[in-house]
Write a protein of this length. Structure first.
Length: 73
């Protein structure tokens, strides 16, 4: 029997990470930031802070804040 070769199919929709994936990435970045600070590695700490800011901006673009919600006081 001849081997069957399957070609990859293009995705129907572009991949969009969910909010949980953004938050997992943020958790890892915060851990790296803590270790960088503990080791007094300020270059790495600054890099991680920039990455955290960028990740939060990306999350806000994909998941904009909801307006008009009543929150408990």
């Amino acid at each position: 029997m001849a081997p069957v070769i399957l070609a990859a199919q293009p995705a129907k929709e572009p991949y969009a990470p969910g909010l949980g994936e953004f938050m997992t990435a943020m958790q890892l970045r915060h851990a790296k930031l803590w270790f960088a600070g503990r080791a007094k590695n300020w270059d790495l700490a600054g890099y991680e802070i920039d990455e955290i800011k960028e990740g939060l901006e990306d999350a806000a673009k994909q998941f904009p804040p909801m307006t008009g919600l009543r929150l408990p006081t």
